[in-house]
Design a binder for this molecule. Structure first.
Ligand SMILES: NC(=O)c1ccc[n+]([C@@H]2O[C@H](COP(=O)([O-])OP(=O)(O)OC[C@H]3O[C@@H](n4cnc5c(N)ncnc54)[C@H](O)[C@@H]3O)[C@@H](O)[C@H]2O)c1
Ligand SMILES: O=P(O)(O)OC[C@H](O)CO
Length: 343
């Protein structure tokens, strides 16, 4: 086993009862959250469709998705969805946003009635424009839906570094209960009843993280970076408002917080994707960048709803190969001048 040791138990709230938590997805974030749930005192099962990932986690590592991090014993990894879900008190959905529908279809017949399904992916379904909560409500109508989001790199959480996220559900009491149960030393979970706001913030920040990487990669300068993030945040809030997100939610961890994180660090896969784009490097084979499909659908949503979102449109067009970064910059800089409106 390589890498630093990661402690298994670190319960900061000993009053809460232990749950059987099932994590769907054996990638970076699924593995990190499984470790976090273990530290919060829960019994953790992790479903991964890839037997190699299951075997590796059983041996205390996940070299494909979380290289260099030793995984504490206690996570029961399996490729058997029925075994993974049997008797679960709560399920975390941690596969990519565009795979959520397929993941839930596999889980559906074994999903215990009434237990919460917590969305941990960040994105909007490309083909339909559906928010992920709508997909859960369609496929699992008997399970309350929640979302966990905020500035949180999987490696940081897996290492037990201090991290704050927000857990949202329409039912405020459910959100508060989940936040209390998931919190542990160095994982501080705030709660919110603005499910849509938390989802939108997490999904759209990825588009601007790609843009931030591209600005850096193309050498456009720190001033351009600050302008892009600021005006991008305006677009994020406009689209959020169209979905009914509360503005204050978007000023929080899943919105501004995650924007700050991923627009400023090459540790972000979305930023790294944009960086490669800006540098003219090959994009094939790069790790998951959720902002790619989300940019396309967010641009379409903006057009359909008459929302002014020129940066999202530019990112989508660049990713589509329709325009170059240089053409996008010219188009953005020569738009008609106007009063600065921040809503
Ligand atoms: N990595 C992070 O730091 C981080 C942090 C917060 C949120 N997220 C979000 O979590 C989601 C997952 O990201 P990740 O980092 O774990 O990605 P990843 O690429 O590391 O892993 C994705 C995992 O999902 C599995 N998968 C894909 N489709 C599947 C399907 N249909 N059924 C079962 N398994 C399937 C893959 O095999 C892989 O194990 C993304 O939406 C991402 O934005 C990631
Ligand atoms: O690596 P990214 O860009 O997918 O970002 C991971 C998380 O969303 C950060 O909060």
């Amino acid at each position: 086993m390589t890498g630093e040791a990661v402690s298994g138990q670190d319960v900061s709230n000993p009053g809460k009862s232990s749950w059987r938590v099932t994590v769907l997805g054996g990638g970076a974030w699924g593995t990190a959250l499984a470790l976090a749930m273990l530290r919060a005192g829960h019994k953790v099962r992790l479903f991964a469709r890839d037997p190699q990932t299951v075997a590796a986690i059983g041996q205390g590592q996940n070299p494909r998705y979380l290289p260099g991090i030793a995984i504490a014993p206690g996570i029961e990894a399996t490729s058997d969805i029925a075994a993974a879900l049997s008797g679960a008190d709560c399920v975390l959905a941690v596969t990519p946003a565009q795979s959520l529908r397929a993941t839930l279809a596999v889980a559906k017949d074994n999903m215990p009635d009434g237990i919460p399904l917590v969305l941990c992916a960040k994105g909007i379904e490309r083909d339909t424009g559906a928010l992920l909560s709508a997909i859960v409500e369609e496929i699992l109508p008997r399970n309350p839906v929640a979302a966990l989001s905020g500035p949180s790199f999987a490696t940081d959480v897996a290492r037990g570094l201090p991290t704050a996220v927000v857990v949202a559900a329409r039912d405020e009491a459910l959100a508060a209960d989940l936040a209390a149960r998931f919190s542990a030393q160095n994982l501080r979970c705030y709660s919110s009843d603005d499910l849509i706001g938390v989802e939108i913030g997490g999904a759209l920040k990825n588009v601007f993280a790609i843009a931030a990487g591209a600005v850096t990669g193309a050498g456009l300068g720190a001033s351009a970076q600050a302008a892009m993030v600021t005006r991008g945040f305006v677009e994020l809030r406009r689209i959020g408002a169209a979905f009914g997100a509360r503005p204050e939610t978007l000023m929080g961890l899943s919105g501004l917080g995650d924007l700050l994180l991923t627009c400023s660090s090459a540790q972000s896969r979305n930023f790294a994707y944009g960086l490669a784009l800006g540098q003219g490097k090959a994009l094939a084979g790069l790790p998951l960048a959720e902002g790619v499909p989300t940019a396309a659908i967010a641009a379409r949503i903006a057009v359909e709803r008459g929302i002014d979102a020129p940066i999202i449109a530019a990112v989508a067009a660049i990713l589509d190969g329709a325009i170059t970064i240089s053409q996008a910059v010219t188009a953005l800089m020569t738009r008609p001048l106007k009063t600065e409106t921040n809503d």
